[in-house]
Design a protein around this ligand. Sequence first.
Ligand code: FAD
Length: 517
Amino acid sequence: CIPGRTNHCSNLSLATQEVQTKSTSSSNIPFSLETLTLDGYFSFENTHHAAKDFGSTSHFHPSAILHPKSVSDIFSTIKHIFNMGSTSALTVAARGHGHSIQGQSQAHQGVVIYMQSLKEPCMKIHTGELPFVDVSGGELWINILHETLKYGLSPMSWTDYLYLSVGGTLSNAGISGQAFHHGPQINNVYQLEVVTGKGEVVTCSEKQNADLFHGVLGGLGQFGIITRARISLGPAQKMVKWIRVLYSEFSIFSRDQEHLISMENSFDYIEGFVIINRTGLLNNWRSSFNPKDPLQASQFNSDGKILYCLEMAIYFNPDENNIMNQKTESLLSELSYIPSTLFLSEVSYMDFLNRVHLSEIKLRAKGLWEVPHPWLNLLIPKSKISNFAQEVFGNILKNNSNGPILIYPVNKSKWNNKTSFVTPDEDIFYLVAFLSSAMPSSTGKDGLEHIMTQNQKILNFCAAADLGIKQYLPHYHTQEEWQDHFGLHWELFVQRKSTYDPLAILAPGQRIFQKAI
Ligand code: FAD
């Protein structure tokens, strides 16, 4: 807790050791949950799968899993635990799809709520001037896409991968190549239904219980469990022109990216990635992209170089083919990429948005999906990005990377600064995502330890050079680090915690607050 504010958060402490000892001695308490009358059910055995996530490095075993069928199951459980007060160490973690990296959706000896079991409300689409869809907090974005497309509608802001839950991404931000224009997913929500840490069910929006609404968006699950979300929709086009070009100079690459995101009428999607020392790169692209100039493309040699790929997309309907081609050519004419590296493709809107699933299928087939993922996601202010690139791509990661490295800028003006999410303090900042996979038994450069050391080197450099970065999907060990992360917003974050979850029952896996017992 922050000094001088103990009145607000006297129940919130960081006594990790004490909590773990006491929770062991009160291990009979979870079974009092059996007295609750539910539409769904608890399981107390075989709970090990709730101690695993996509990161595969954190394993906190819960005492029970709740498979809720109704919102009432969720609030009865939380109310029950809240009423036990500080006699119980039980905490509660909502688990969307468990795609966290460091145990954020786990609860050591607590209760994990499998949000995908919650099927209410049924997905309901409202057409009209301001179309929206009401969904359960456990719904996966892929299902929302399938359903809304039946009405020619679609959410506007996405993540790159769609097998993530609404509650999971709204607790973080939900960022992809549309965010420069539409803002992150947390900016594209009209209303939420939330069960707070006191077991109260609250409907909230910009106009109703706004403090809770803003707190929950990007709030890392700290203030309530999202049981329903009203997500804004827009017209969906049927097709996507998908384009990749390469740069060898970082400064030209980032200048073009920044130019594109500043335009009124730009591409619909803008991302980018770093390519370190990849042989035969363009040949690999040929399975899904066509080179504009096949002869020149075949002569391009990527070996041993660091290259930067700008990735863009335009959505269109088949009868607008000519207009789309003109717009594409006009936008591309403003860029300074290496001419021989222009690659184009046309795919359906669904295939474009669901593109990472194809990689998932291939990786699963090779047994490479369920390996440790020591990911590092950073938000870097525009004024520091070339300094960052020079040291990180030119030195720390000079010779190898263990997975994709995404890099693209977004406009801060498109982010609602009332939410819990904190961004760097500049009008434009970059998302840089090191999406590494570690080979389970390796002690070499593709092993977990080596990658984690590299991640730490990157973080150390950012701190030493005072780059003013923020972690995305943050992970810290001490409350001081969290305080530093939230900066001026920390006080409000603590205040909201003491208002909506005063016993610190919710989302213990984020390790921001500890339940005091
Ligand atoms: P979980 O891991 O289940 O939960 C995450 C956190 O939210 C936990 O603290 C949990 O307790 C809490 N939570 C879950 N459900 C609720 C709820 N209903 N109410 C309140 N709190 C809840 N992120 C991006 O922004 N952009 C991307 O492009 C992107 N791509 C990704 C690709 C892959 C392959 C993976 C694995 C992750 C990606 N992510 C991306 C990160 C992703 O958004 C987060 O990891 C997100 O938390 C995962 O959603 P989930 O449903 O699995 O959440």
